[in-house]
Each structure stands twice: as structure tokens, then as C-alpha cells.
Design a protein around this ligand. Structure first.
Ligand SMILES: Nc1ncnc2c1ncn2[C@@H]1O[C@H](COP(=O)(O)OP(=O)(O)OP(=O)(O)O)[C@@H](O)[C@H]1O
Length: 209
């Protein structure tokens, strides 16, 4: 269970999002909203990457107080990942795997599944946007998270990879008890997943649909 209370996020004193009280149960949830509505800001706040006012608690772990334990349970794949050009995805993912206490077996299985092992030893600067996106998606499954946020998971990847992401989400949900927050600015992408709740990010607020 994810609880967000008295949440306020502003950039340069300009309010982006305010959430008085939102309880998100276990399951796969879909966050919709037009470009710039605040979906990435919300996900990055929940991931503990952005400062915010208020309280974010997942499974009794406070995002700011239980820093290490919280981050072992909550993973994020960024919508448009930015990585250093000179690193290889392999080096980067080995580092993330260690931080997330993932086994090499899990890392190698995910890399093979997504086809990332075919190119991951080359520098990231040589990758297409879809190849980078797959590295970001892969990194979000590492370790033993209980909540995975995939921000615009289907943009830039090909149809075959979309199928693989659907299968991974279903597998981690059904067999590992992982909950998911998925975001999309489009209306039609996640119907084939067992979506529990839909939320709309709009007018600086989040409402359940
Ligand atoms: N670092 C920043 N500094 C100032 N404003 C920002 C910053 N990051 C985002 N914003 C603003 O916050 C608002 C929400 O942006 P956010 O990226 O969260 O939206 P989004 O719903 O994820 O959009 P998209 O669907 O285009 O990815 C936008 O108005 C954006 O301009």
C-alpha cells in the first residue's frame, strides 16, 4: 500500500501537483494525463529522486526516513532516461544490480529477455533511443522491489519489446507480488494488462477514475 499525504510539489514557487490524501492499493495501476500534467514529477517524487513537501509511505517505510529500505522496495524506469555516453549499459547495470541487491542471474535473464545483452557492452552513446529505453526498463526490475513505476514504458520501443514488457509486468505481478504504477499520455496502451485502478493527473491534482 502506497500512501501520499499533504503532498505538494512546486518548481520555483510554481505549484505542479498537490495531493491531500491518496491511498494506492496493491495491483497494477495506470496514471493518465496530458503532456506536462505532472506524471513524471509524481513518479520521481515517489522514487525519492525529487524533494517535496508532505509524506510518502510505502508498506510502512517512509520515503525520506527509511532511505535504504524504501529504495530497495521501490524502483523507477524514467520516461526519457539520460545516461553518460561513455559508460556501457553492462557496467551501469552491474552497478545498479549491486545497489538493488540483485543477483547476476536476474540481470542476465532480464538482459537476454529484452535482447539488451546483444549490445550492452558498447558505450551508451552508440545506442538508439529504443535501446536506451530498454536499459531503463530492465533496471527497474532489478532486485526484489515491491513497487515498480514505469514512466511511459512503451514509447520508442518496437512491437516485440512491447510484448516482452507486458509479459514481464504480468510475471512480476503474478509470481513476485510486485505492484506497478504505469504512466501514459495516450488513452489506449495498457488494456491488455489487469489494470486495477486508473488515475488522472490533471489541474495539479490526482483523481481516481
Ligand atoms: N526541473 C523542472 N523545473 C521546472 N519545471 C519543471 C521541471 N520538471 C518539470 N517541470 C514542469 O512540471 C510540469 C510537469 O512536468 P512532468 O514532466 O511531470 O509532466 P508529465 O505529465 O510527465 O509530462 P509528459 O507526458 O510530457 O512526460 C510541466 O509544466 C513541466 O514544465
Amino acid at each position: 500500500m502506497l500512501t501520499i499525504k499533504n503532498f505538494l510539489k512546486s518548481y520555483n514557487n510554481h505549484k505542479i501537483l498537490e495531493v491531500e490524501n491518496l491511498q494506492i492499493p496493491e495491483g497494477i495501476h495506470w496514471f493518465k494525463g496530458v503532456n506536462g500534467s505532472g506524471k513524471s514529477t509524481l513518479f520521481r517524487s515517489i522514487a525519492g529522486i525529487l524533494p517535496y513537501k508532505g509524506e510518502i509511505v510505502f508498506n510502512n517505510l517512509d520515503c525520506r526516513k527509511d532511505i535504504v529500505a524504501y529504495r530497495l522496495q521501490v524502483n523507477l524506469s524514467e520516461a526519457e532516461p539520460l545516461y553518460p555516453d561513455y559508460l556501457s549499459a553492462y557496467d551501469l547495470l552491474m552497478f545498479v544490480a549491486e545497489a538493488k541487491q540483485a543477483t547476476e542471474q536476474q540481470l542476465f535473464e532480464l538482459a537476454e529477455n529484452l535482447g539488451a545483452n546483444k549490445y550492452w557492452k558498447s558505450p551508451i552513446g552508440t545506442y538508439s533511443s529504443g535501446m536506451q529505453k530498454k536499459i531503463s526498463l530492465l533496471s527497474a526490475f532489478l532486485g526484489s522491489p515491491k513497487l515498480i513505476m514505469l514512466d511511459e514504458p512503451l514509447i520508442t520501443i518496437d512491437d516485440r519489446s512491447v510484448e516482452i514488457v507486458y509479459e514481464l509486468v504480468k510475471d512480476y505481478y503474478e509470481n513476485r507480488g510486485v505492484s506497478f504504477l504505469l504512466s501514459s499520455h495516450q488513452d489506449f496502451r495498457f488494456e491488455r494488462l489487469p489494470i486495477k485502478n486508473m488515475y488522472l493527473v490533471q489541474n495539479q491534482a490526482v483523481s481516481q477514475q
